[in-house]
Design a protein around this ligand. Sequence first.
Ligand code: PHE
Length: 353
Amino acid sequence: MTITEDLRALEAEAVAAIGAAETLEALESVRIGYLGKKGSLTAVLRGLGGLSAEERPEAGRVSNEVRRSLETAIDERHALLAGAAHATRVAADAVDVTLPGRRHPVGRQHVVHQVVDEIADNFTGLGYRIAEGPQVELDYYNFTALNHPPDHPARALQDTFYVRDLSGDRAAVEGESDVLLRTHTSPAQVHIMEAQKPPIYVIVPGKVYRRDVADPSHSPQFTQIEGLVVDEGITFGDLKGTLEHFLHEMFGPDRRVRLRPHFFPFTEPSAEVDVSCGICGGEGCRSCGGEGWLEILGCGMVDPNVFGYVGIDPERYTGFAFGMGAERIAGLKYGVPDLRLFTEGDTRFLHQF
Ligand code: PHE
């Protein structure tokens, strides 16, 4: 075989190998195998030096041709394989933009918190500050400093969740710091008056706990909003005016407000406050139980005994306090007949507000 025939045979072999390369890596090793420094074609080209002067020009021309033809074949194959690799990647990464997306449900503020915010806004507008108190309380704050006598029924085990059970022996417990879930937000009054000197104008929203069986109007856990004002010259008239203003803001100016004498250990005098029924306008209907009035909150003038526990001079300062249930107010505002709906977490119910 002449060297030209060798070169042509090598070319045919290389072109077949290039065509058979299925990946860019395989193609590159074919290229190195023929055209690399130690490649077969390179070896042939090195051998040209040993040829005779007559053979050399022809052999040089053919070997250049072969090299170019292999380079072209490699370039073409490379373009093809690279294109295919790209297409494969594109296909694998493809996103079907016509598919419907997954909706993430948007949450919202719970209706009870909306009402708490609305009530708090009303009072911050009057210059009140918002405070919070602990949900786990000492008996001292929940009862003793709020002037509850030792035998007050609210202190009984069947009415209050005690965290530390002191075996129900009240006599032995008296004066000790037994721990309970607060039954009202009023203990926050004591914390605030311990920490701050008058003037005090404060609103305290928060969860409270009672040993009640859940029914349409009771729940073992609910939300209260406490109000406390202590300043010089505060009168029962200030209490009444403040609550009337608030209730008109909350329920509308045409609702009537009345106070009924009541008893709370920590206020004297005390009252319960009703607003006229929004459905019958005070005539009496099913939703107000024929009364024409709906009970909204408890209130009164801070008992001087409570001032005694926190070291505020009752000769100089007077004050009032009030407390209301947020679920109850939300129920009245939106006509929700069963307060349990507020805690069941059914989003079909909650998304209405
Ligand atoms: N803490 C009382 C209750 O839970 C409500 C109240 C608060 C009454 C403040 C008077 C003053 O029933």
